[in-house]
Design a protein around this ligand. Sequence first.
Ligand code: ADP
Ligand code: MG
Length: 237
Amino acid sequence: MNHALNLEEVSKVYGRDDNEVRALDRTSLQVAQDEIVALVGPSGSGKTTLCTISGGILSPTEGRVIVGGEDITGFSRKQLTEFRRRKVGFVFQTVSLVPFLTARENLLVVGELGPTGTSRAELRKRADQLLEELGLAERASNLPSQLSGGQQQRVAIGRALMNRPELVLFDEPTSALDSKIGDRVVRLIRDEMKARGTSAVIVTHDERITRYADRTVRIEDGRVVSAAPKRALATAG
Ligand code: ADP
Ligand code: MG
């Protein structure tokens, strides 16, 4: 079976000589298609590094990275850029919306980088539907500076889902979830994933998210230390 994500004995070393930091240490992780994995672990254990390598932002020092059956380990920068647009969505801890574009335009701009042949009207419909589901319908025309931190992060979630990626990587999307809207957003993420067979890795400490995940994986000192077996989700509605 093709995994959505297959990290094989991946190491990542930052810096060199005396400044060397081994952020990932021959760590392996497989995520099935359609699976939502919560990734937990102490600060500095390598969670962000694992996400950036899985999404083709950074290359590993050693090991292999296979996403949706595609071995991206030896990809050039250009190939990686193209790969990211096609296959992955990111939601980072620090939101990086385009400041001079409205919420809707922030979604549309990635839509335009996505699969060709999608009409402007279809993109607009998709963007508005996501904004609606994220509780942002009234905010579609606002600039990021006119939105709260949590609202900005929800726009970033919409942006990551816009192109229907195969794998979505969430790096501590907590502030989007610290309000009442939180449960709704988590459910949207889960519904989007399950409806389309999309996989996700969600770095989080948030109990609400681990509850919605199929599996929780723990990382310590750059190594996956426990990967509880996949369990059936108990009544997620
Ligand atoms: P986490 O997300 O779990 O907090 P990170 O993946 O950010 O962990 O970091 C893992 C380790 O790698 C830490 O010791 C961190 O200081 C180090 N690290 C992360 N990024 C860099 C970098 N760009 N240069 C040097 N060291 C880094
Ligand atoms: Mg981190």
